[in-house]
Design a protein around this ligand. Structure first.
Ligand SMILES: [Zn+2]
Length: 99
């Protein structure tokens, strides 16, 4: 059963919405991709096994909750957490992230 989940663009706070299955947990929304993670566009199958997250393009990929929202046109990234991804999860810790 998919449920709508909303996120804020980290650049301009436009609200976007995804239909999500309950078993995926969210790690973070960031304005940059995490190194080594595989992001898919919102129109792709982001529940697929090889997808580590979703790449939004604010206001231009159809994900804005308000269809009239312009967005800022910048990409941002939703990263999932899944069982066994503790190393990848560590990559989003700002104290350990490489410059
Ligand atoms: Zn934005």
């Amino acid at each position: 059963m998919a449920t709508p989940v909303t996120y804020y663009c980290p650049h301009c706070e436009t609200v976007v919405e995804l239909q999500r299955e309950g078993y995926l947990a969210d790690k973070s929304v960031t304005p940059y991709p995490l190194e080594g993670w595989n992001y898919v566009p919102v129109e792709a199958d982001y529940a697929a096994d090889d997808a580590d997250g979703v790449r939004f393009v604010c206001g231009s990929d159809g994900s804005a909750r308000d269809p009239g929202a312009d967005g800022c046109g910048k990409p941002f990234y939703l990263s999932f957490v899944r069982p066994g991804t503790t190393d990848a999860g560590a990559a989003v810790d700002p104290t350990t992230r490489p410059k």
